[in-house]
Design a protein around this ligand. Structure first.
Ligand code: UFG
Length: 338
């Protein structure tokens, strides 16, 4: 099986969590670049409708070894992009073991099964949460990792497994540490459909469309320009394209593994984000000052030098209002389907 796969110039990519928000955009980016794709998703957070009918779809768990082996064989998988996982920082604080199970234990099963089957390339959806509350203005990959919540730890542990497995020569990998992902496919093919979303831009757009009464500002006394939390918001399509470039880099240089930040390198406060939503919607959100949220750092901004140099990544949508506009268009589409 593996010989066939290695000879194929464009092996099939298994996207776990491909029916979810970021995974579904990665599937689009892969298809747009001519990569054959298959999706594994248990639909706990994803939507079957997010995956096009021409993409082989498996409804199941990343921790199901037999299913993984069947997919590897049936789809002649030559690379994995692993998105399936739990992503809400405050939930991880409340339910740490659920996060370690879903994000770390299941990742172990996936990596082990992939390594045993000889899958040569693995791309991992990691997070800026591995840095915790960094003391620097912009976080580079050299900034020490010190997670301050179970979510960050659950991802960092998986990064470490991948490093060790790659060092042992069983595969090469790329861990992409996402900053705050938002927006939607510019052509309206995908977006964030998450029910009960907690992420700021999604929450604010829902409020702007009357699905919520107000937006809470979690913390107004941080040591930031206006007291609210500052994040580096990155358009989901730019992030998805980075995954395709990372895959190509892994295939070109099979001896090399990579860990890279995925952000634009500039931060916006919660208030600045809400102002942008107001401008785009020509409305005024109702804002309510609230307590700090458990597990939240004050500021998290990427130094994206490495990914720009290594992958020649050139973001197309580095503009907060564009991100908000695309997210708004998707949310309106969801309303039509309500
Ligand atoms: N916030 C509010 N009100 C809300 C929601 C969020 O004030 O209703 C604030 C948060 O306190 C924070 C900022 O908006 O200051 C962003 O919060 P999000 O919940 O949108 O995102 P997080 O920063 O908590 O986490 C996200 C991803 C993680 C990733 C992290 C990296 O969920 O996977 O970004 O910065 F690790």
């Amino acid at each position: 099986m593996r010989t066939l796969i290695r000879k194929n110039p464009k092996p099939s990519v298994l996207v776990t969590g491909g029916a979810g928000y970021i995974g579904s955009h990665a599937v689009l980016a892969l298809k747009d670049s001519g990569w054959p794709v298959a999706v594994l998703d248990n639909l706990s957070a994803g939507f079957r409708s997010a995956v096009a009918d021409d993409v082989p779809f498996y409804n199941g768990n990343v921790g199901d070894k037999d299913l993984l082996l069947r997919i590897f064989e049936e789809q002649m998988i030559g690379a994995i992009m692993h998105f399936a996982g739990s992503v809400v920082v405050p939930h991880s604080v409340a339910n740490p073991l659920a996060y370690y199970h879903n994000n770390t234990v299941n990742a172990h099963i996936l990596i082990e099964t992939a390594a045993r089957a000889g899958i040569p390339h693995f791309i991992f959806s990691s997070t800026a949460a591995v840095y915790g509350s960094p003391l620097v203005d912009r976080v580079s990959e050299e900034t020490p990792c010190a997670p301050i919540n179970p979510y960050g730890w659950s991802k960092l542990m998986t990064e470490q497994m991948l490093k060790d497995v790659s060092f042992a020569g069983e595969m090469n990998h790329c861990a992409l540490r996402y900053f705050n992902v938002a927006g939607a496919d510019p052509d309206g093919r995908a977006g964030q459909s998450t029910v009960g979303a907690t992420h700021l831009i999604k929450v604010a757009i829902e409020a702007a469309l009357g699905k919520r009464d107000s937006v809470a500002i979690f913390g107004t006394d941080y040591d930031t320009s206006d007291g609210s939390g500052v994040r580096d918001y990155i358009h989901v399509t730019d992030l998805a394209v980075a995954h395709v470039l990372a895959l190509e880099a892994l295939i070109e240089q099979p001896e090399q593994s990579l860990t890279m930040n995925c952000g634009y390198g500039r931060g916006f406060s919660v208030l600045e984000v809400l102002d942008a939503v107001d401008r785009v919607t020509n409305n005024k959100l109702v804002r309510i000052a609230d307590d700090r949220r458990a597990g939240d750092p004050a500021t998290l901004i990427a130094d994206p030098t490495k990914i720009r140099e290594t992958l020649n990544w050139r973001p197309q949508f580095d503009n907060l209002e564009t991100i908000v506009r695309h997210a708004l268009r998707w949310e309106r589409k969801l309303c039509e389907n309500c």
